[in-house]
Design a protein around this ligand. Structure first.
Ligand SMILES: CC(=O)N[C@H]1[C@@H](OP(=O)(O)OP(=O)(O)OC[C@H]2O[C@@H](n3ccc(=O)[nH]c3=O)[C@H](O)[C@@H]2O)O[C@H](CO)[C@@H](O)[C@@H]1O
Ligand SMILES: C=C(OP(=O)(O)O)C(=O)O
Length: 421
């Protein structure tokens, strides 16, 4: 198990560069097997989810070469292999192999995915989509077996019950080579969907409307990657550093961002009174003065992202007065970080899944546990603010999605290390 050890209370300063978006990357890697030619991804974050996806590719004899931030994936000798257990359980996004294998081979045998403990994560909309394309879906011994008819998948009109990011991406991957037209209504509009569509379109796919609620896909015969694809910057990592800079920064510039992707988040941070200067592709966060308490309600994009409700919570604790409220409409049970923050002296409670935050002038180091990735990010920020030593166990959850975190925090002046215990 990994532990993160932080000696907090030191003001941080300097520059930080944001990596490629985890939530794009984890879809683009499975999508790479749809290509008949080698794929090059650039701006790939150094995170554990990528290592686990590369291991899954190697089970299919797909060769990967990961150098700095460039990942080359060569599916020339790909063999269709079932992915029943093991690494598949290590991340939620392994479910993208359902759509990708179905699209490429007409058959996918994939174990139930793992991932973060953020409450129930149903996949009924993914399955509804595969079935609409003509596939049969069986659930046997903790595995999902998805089979296209002998005549192949056929385009269909699919109306999602809710704009699910995972279902939208999985249906795109399955339908990109189906016969005829697929229409996804009530599709998710997250920037990561546009990134996937751009990647596939550059390989010859015909996907229109990504980023809006209606996506139209004309099936094509085959896909061939021709040019490298640069992954969009991680808006959640960027938002985490914005919160960090406002909590304990003495002037921090955050590079490689797309400001528009952070609009609703930055509006909330600025409503608190944090002063931010935006450049073409960077943000400068000034040391914070007296901050106001706010209310946050998560929503689908372009609303406030569920993945940012935990990273902003330590910032709310620094407000001068009032009561802050955080409501996660996407994952209401995503409140596992609250008892851990209480151990550090935070005046914060949960009532009926509503988080109530009160000004806390002093946090102290404690031994806490990162139940999931963003809970880990929240505790990491609290640890950097707190006096004394904070030990975060289950820090592997932070490494799942935060690119070179130890190195980046140290460059800003933090005293932090990650150890194996
Ligand atoms: C809308 C939203 O904020 N999605 C976030 C969510 O995506 P993730 O892909 O986990 O979630 P979805 O967007 O798929 O799901 C949104 C909501 O729909 C429900 N649902 C989803 C699929 C399904 O088949 N049935 C069903 O009921 C989910 O339980 C959830 O309440 O976490 C990802 C990783 O943290 C983020 O990158 C996404 O931005
Ligand atoms: C919950 C998250 O990750 P995953 O969906 O990969 O578990 C996240 O990115 O906040």
């Amino acid at each position: 198990m990994k532990q993160m050890i932080i000696h907090g209370g030191k003001p941080l300063k300097g520059d930080v560069w944001i990596g490629g978006a985890k939530n794009s990357t984890v879809a683009l890697i499975p999508a790479s097997i749809l290509s008949r030619t080698p794929v090059t991804l650039e701006g790939v974050p150094r995170i554990a989810d990528v290592d686990n996806l590369m291991d899954l590719l190697s089970e299919m004899d797909v060769k990967c070469d990961f150098h700095e931030t460039t990942l080359r994936i060569n599916p020339d000798n790909i063999k269709r292999s079932p992915l029943p257990a093991g690494k598949i359980k290590s991340l939620r996004a392994s479910y993208y192999f359902m759509g990708a294998l179905l699209g490429r081979f007409g058959k996918a045998v994939v174990g139930f995915p793992g991932g973060d403990d953020i409450g129930p994560r149903p996949i009924d909309q993914h399955i509804k989509g595969f079935e609409a394309l003509g596939a049969t879906v069986e659930n046997k011994n903790d595995q999902i077996i998805i089979t296209a008819p002998k005549t192949g998948l056929r385009g269909a009109k699919i109306h999602l019950k809710m704009p699910s990011v995972g279902a939208t991406m999985n249906i795109i991957m399955a339908s990109v080579m189906a016969k005829g037209q697929t229409i996804i209504e009530n599709a998710a509009k997250e920037p990561e969907i546009i990134d996937l569509a751009t990647f596939l379109n550059n390989m010859g796919a015909v996907i229109r409307g990504a980023g809006t609620e209606v996506i139209r896909i004309e099936g094509v015969e085959e896909l061939k990657a021709q040019t490298p694809h640069t992954i969009i910057p991680d808006r959640i990592e960027a938002g985490t550093y914005v919160a960090l800079a406002a909590c304990i920064g003495n002037g921090i510039r955050i590079h490689n961002i797309i400001e528009e992707h952070l609009d609703s988040y930055l509006a909330k941070v600025e409503e608190m009174g944090v002063v931010i200067d935006a450049d073409e592709d960077s943000l400068y966060v000034y040391p914070a003065g007296d901050l106001k308490m706010i209310q946050v309600r998560t929503d689908v994009y372009p609303g406030f992202a569920t993945d940012l409700q935990q990273p902003i919570t330590p910032l709310l604790l620094t407000a001068k007065s009032g009561e802050g409220v955080v409501i996660d409409q996407i994952y209401p049970k995503r409140v596992g970080h609250i008892p851990e923050l209480q151990k550090m002296g935070a005046n914060i409670q949960v009532e009926d899944n509503i988080i109530l935050v009160h000004p806390t002038h002093h946090l102290h180091g404690a031994h806490v546990s990162a139940g999931e990735i963003r809970a880990g990010a929240c505790l990491m920020l609290a640890g950097l603010m707190a006096d004394g030593e904070t030990i975060i166990s289950n820090a592997g959850n932070i490494l799942r999605g935060y690119d070179r975190i130890e190195q980046k925090l140290r460059q800003l002046g933090a005293e932090v290390s990650v150890i194996d215990v």
